[in-house]
Design a binder for this molecule. Structure first.
Ligand code: NAD
Length: 445
């Protein structure tokens, strides 16, 4: 029997379980607001034809979901993937609402996607899909309405096409802030490409300094395992390596490599660029993507796909801390098991928020037609990531030892004895902020 038959991996069901658990730590939330915050504000589904290079015509389906706009325009990536579903887009849009609220940036949550396989499309077909999808969304996106960004299988080039299409349709004003993740030469921000990986590093560094793990209060000497040596995983590996950590294993879609003495991320990247995978790197032991999660290490970083840590393997994880670089890599059942086993987990909305934070910096720079240098971007990013960790940690401590500590009765009633974890606490901060702002604005009419 596969794990998917035992555990419910439906993305909306998972996001609702996480929400329900987090709400236990929100002081007061009106019932009607719970329903409002659980559901997306607006769903756009568009179908459009594209002329292919060989003269044939194919139809494509695209989605754009805005979950919440209380703090400002929608913000979230556009994903091109053959398996993308509207349910997944809705769940990811919600995650963006909580992420933006947690890092205190004035955006709501959104996400989008087109059902297509980029590996089977030419560049000119991708350009036509992107332009037509942008035109279909028409005035549903905009610098103060909803701001897309890259996600899986979309990139800087895709963002340049979206900007260009939007700009042609809306001439005569500064349209640069309509998308982030643009090429540097076209209004992109220095440090955006590295932002998520660097953010993962800053969050981990700050968390370790809180001394919850007595023997590991700095990154230096920590052993690190990374599932997914892509953009985020590789940049994070470089940051940890530069600061004295030991990267003992990494993987990509074809498998992983392990070396107890440590791996050099630059050598891994050079090998991967030449061979298309890290597997086969000299002087390493090959491990599978399942085995890599169960290796003995201080810090485990899932940086690839969702639902990698679940009810079946959560018992076998040996890391002291899990840092979620990927979105939704851990299921609610696994969260509970890890909590009971005393393994700390730094959730996606905190750990990978560096990307959206620098996207916000790009949006700010675009409004002023400025371009900050990379040191300024990184210094601002570090400050914000540290602030978020401090806030979540202090709030968590309040529930564990301090003034907010609920009575046993309350805990049992609200959370089935589930201990406060960093995901629920981080989510509860975000939910409380959005709920409060909704009421402050005043419910219309
Ligand atoms: P990427 O495509 O650059 O890298 C993904 C890596 O995962 C690749 O090396 C790929 O080979 C590997 N991979 C694929 N299937 C795998 C499997 N079954 N097991 C192990 N590895 C596998 O993508 P990315 O931009 O690095 O994003 C990685 C994760 O981080 C995604 O979950 C994404 O949603 C999340 N994320 C990315 C950003 C960003 O700014 N790029 C921001 C927030 C969250």
């Amino acid at each position: 029997m596969s794990i998917k038959e035992v555990e419910n991996f439906d993305p909306i069901a998972i996001s609702e379980q996480q929400f329900d658990h987090a709400v236990c730590y929100v002081k007061e939330l009106k019932t009607g607001l719970v329903e409002f915050l659980k559901k997306p504000k607006r769903i756009n589904i568009v179908n459009f034809p594209i002329e292919m290079d060989d003269g044939s015509v194919r139809s494509f389906q695209g989605y754009r979901v805005i979950h919440n706009r209380v703090f400002g325009p929608g913000k979230g990536g556009i994903r091109y993937h053959p398996d993308i579903t509207i349910e997944e887009v809705i769940a990811l849009a919600k995650l963006m609402t909580w992420k933006c609220a947690l890092v205190n940036i004035p955006f709501g949550g959104a996400k989008g996607g087109v059902v297509c396989n980029t590996k089977e499309l030419t560049e000119s077909e991708l350009r036509r899909i992107t332009r037509r999808f942008t035109a279909e969304l028409a005035d549903n996106i905009g610098p103060h309405i909803d701001i897309p960004a890259p996600d899986m299988y979309t990139n800087e080039q895709t963002m340049a096409w979206i900007f260009d299409t939007y700009d042609i349709l809306h001439p005569g004003k500064n349209n640069l802030p309509v998308v982030t993740g643009k090429p540097i030469e076209m209004g992109g921000s220095y440090g955006r490409h590295e932002a998520t990986g660097n953010g993962v590093y800053f969050v981990t560094e700050r968390f370790l300094s809180k001394a919850l793990i007595a023997e590991q209060q700095t990154v230096a000497g920590a052993t690190i395992v990374i599932q997914g040596f892509g953009n985020v995983g590789a940049i994070a590996a470089q940051a940890f390596f530069r600061n004295g950590a030991k990267i003992i294993a990494v993987s990509d879609s074809q498998g992983g490599v392990y070396r107890a003495e440590g791996l050099d991320p630059d050598e891994l990247l050079a090998f991967k660029n030449e061979h298309g995978t890290v597997v086969g790197m000299p002087n390493t032991m090959t491990v599978t993507n399942e085995e890599i999660l169960e290796l003995e290490c201080d810090i485990l970083i899932p940086a690839a796909l969702s639902h990698q840590i679940h009810a079946e393997n959560a018992y076998k994880i040996k890391a002291k801390v899990i840092v979620e670089a990927a979105n939704d890599p851990t299921t609610p059942a696994a969260d509970k098991i890890l909590g009971e086993r005393g393994i700390y987990l730094l959730p996606d909305i905190m750990a990978n928020a560096g990307g959206v934070t620098v996207s916000y910096f790009e949006w700010v720079q675009n409004q002023a037609n400025q371009q900050w240098d990379v040191d300024e971007v990184n210094a601002r990013l570090q400050k914000r990531m540290y602030m978020v960790v401090d806030e979540v940690f202090n709030h968590w401590q309040g529930f564990v030892v301090g003034e907010n500590k609920p009575t046993d009765d309350e805990v049992i009633k609200n959370s089935n004895g589930w201990k406060p974890d960093f995901r629920s606490i981080a989510l509860s901060i975000a939910i409380e902020r959005v709920a409060k702002a909704t009421l402050m604005r005043g419910i219309w009419p």
